[in-house]
Ligand binder design. Structure first.
Ligand SMILES: NC(=O)c1ccc[n+]([C@@H]2O[C@H](COP(=O)([O-])OP(=O)(O)OC[C@H]3O[C@@H](n4cnc5c(N)ncnc54)[C@H](OP(=O)(O)O)[C@@H]3O)[C@@H](O)[C@H]2O)c1
Length: 200
């Protein structure tokens, strides 16, 4: 039996500092425009597979942070977006944006025939509990992790994973090798599931 899930394949996208810090005061702790541009390029809509679209999964706080930053220019407006929240109302959300009160509900929604036929890749955008649920899910496929070789004040941290339970893979679409911007180095690593829960 293959260790790689067939559908939906959850692909996590994250940038972490040396302490696994990912957020501070509801936003990113750093300013790395080329890293952010790479992140957008990977996760925004992609029409390369028979006109299918990406799906994106956000925790409520992350979604609100993006809405505040981007306003009407939501970079994922041409994708199918899921917001994980128990408090948010689905009232007045744009087309193709769905609120789900559990991770299981998102998986079930992705499996609806009319959604499944449209979806190509499924990106998990965090925050912490969304990443945690995805990493322990049987649908976890890949972790795209940008490692920033610096530390920043942070109040949100990526969950600890045991990298020996994952396989480092090559993806030609990511930034290759060490990058340098605003006085720091960073590098993209792509890990793939081995079928074992990688959470420590
Ligand atoms: N560096 C990076 O790559 C990166 C990536 C993502 C986020 N971030 C940063 O991380 C921070 C946001 O992340 P966060 O962890 O604080 O918050 P978050 O995960 O975005 O949002 C938390 C909220 O999501 C909902 N939620 C989470 N798990 C749920 C579940 N199992 N069932 C139902 N609802 C659930 C709850 O909403 P309700 O309260 O509405 O029920 C919860 O309060 C920001 O600073 C952001 O900039 C950084």
């Amino acid at each position: 039996m293959s260790l790689v899930p067939v559908y939906p394949r959850l692909e996590l996208m994250v940038a972490c500092d040396q302490n696994l810090g990912i957020g501070k005061d509801g936003t990113l702790p750093w300013s790395l425009p080329s890293e952010f541009a790479y992140f957008l390029k990977m996760t925004q809509n992609y029409q390369g597979n028979g006109g299918k679209v990406h799906a994106s999964i956000f925790g409520r706080a992350n979604w609100e942070s993006i809405a505040k930053t981007c306003g009407d220019n939501n970079p994922w407006k041409d994708t199918i977006c899921y917001i994980l929240s128990r408090s948010m109302s689905a009232h007045q959300l744009p087309e193709n944006v769905f609120v789900c009160s559990s991770f299981e509900d998102i998986i079930n929604h992705l499996n609806r025939p009319e959604i499944k036929e449209r979806v190509d890749r499924v990106w998990v955008h965090g925050g912490v509990s969304v990443y945690t649920e995805a990493l322990r899910s049987p649908y976890f496929y890949r972790l795209y992790r940008t490692t920033i070789e610096a530390t920043y004040p942070a109040d949100v941290f990526f969950p600890r994973v045991d990298e020996s339970r994952l396989t480092l893979v090559h993806d030609p679409d990511v930034l290759q090798g060490t990058q340098h911007e605003n006085g720091v180095n960073f590098q993209v690593f792509v890990f793939q599931t081995t079928g074992i829960n990688p959470l420590v």
